[in-house]
Design a protein. Sequence first.
Length: 87
Amino acid sequence: MKSSNFPSVRVDPGLRDAAEKVLDSEESLSSFVEHSIRYQVQRRNLQRAFIARGLASADQARQSGEYYSADEVLAEIDQVIGAQRHR
């Protein structure tokens, strides 16, 4: 598959300077931008999946009538964390 380009983006010179200052020694500004775009795409996909799971869970709770309080959920999380610490 052929590669393609993102459109040019005009930014404030201060932002470009700030980005250049945080580059790793062998990193180019282009690779930094590509990495940032990949990260945001992944983050947004994870966010959408998280919301979809939450909505599905809410639907399931409404259908079953089975709900859990925040205290119950937090207590279960504490148990899981405690079990992991003892391993």
